[in-house]
Write a protein of this length. Sequence first.
Length: 201
Amino acid sequence: MSEKMREHNGRDDAADVEETARAQKLAEEDLLRQALDEKEKLVKDFQDKWLRALAEVENIRKRTEREKADAMMYSQVRVLTAVITIFDAMERAVAGLDAQPGIDGKIREGFSMLLKNAKKIMELEGVVRVEAKAGTPYDPNFHEVIRVKDDQGPEGLILEVVQDGYLLGTRVLRPARVVVAGHVPETQGQEPSGKGKEKKL
């Protein structure tokens, strides 16, 4: 083999080795890039799961707070509804005592003080009376119609407040029970009886 051939073969071998080394390096870079992509994907998946878990924990916290507030409101509503019933009885008692001239003034004064204190407690708790008085329009959000009187004025006008209603904030503890003006439909087979008909609900 001539010197030139050996030299040529040597250059070919060196080029092959260099090409092989370059190919190996590219393959290794490819493998590293794939491994890095997989790791980045894993990190992104973990971040997504972490953010979802954080959001779920926050939702659970908010739901728990809302349920706790609802439970407290429910308990408060139950107690205040009972207090309102007692308050009504005290108001009737004071009105009854005022109507009896022979009752000792100290008894009347004692009941009046109790009523005044009960009113203060209700105000401190945020309980207020529902606006309802004769001559004002009926509002189904705050009033409960217990009777309709025919031909007594414009339809839906409150004629009488039978029982006061109460609010706790915007929540109705008890609607005001009212008598309203309106049309009472004739019952089948019954003769019309003229003005002033009533319908109890």
